[in-house]
Design a binder for this molecule. Sequence first.
Ligand SMILES: [Zn+2]
Length: 93
Amino acid sequence: MNPQLASDERAQDTTSRLRGASPAADDLLLRACAWCDRVHVDDEWISEESAVRKLRTFDRDAPPRFTHTICPECFERVERQRVEHHANRARVA
Ligand SMILES: [Zn+2]
């Protein structure tokens, strides 16, 4: 048996299963943090690698689309830095 042929058949099988299970799979829009590059999946911020594993993006017909935002942790850090920066400037002045 030709192993290449077998894996092609498996790939096609997976694709058709996914299509049947989720017709909107190609409309996936993920939110990514522009600061730490983590991705919002199932109500948590996880690394890109984890998101790829979890969402099996390579099994999809089209890659997911991304929109960029800031995650709550980065927002807090950036906001804290901003406040400290202004506090320091106020002390110097
Ligand atoms: Zn972040």
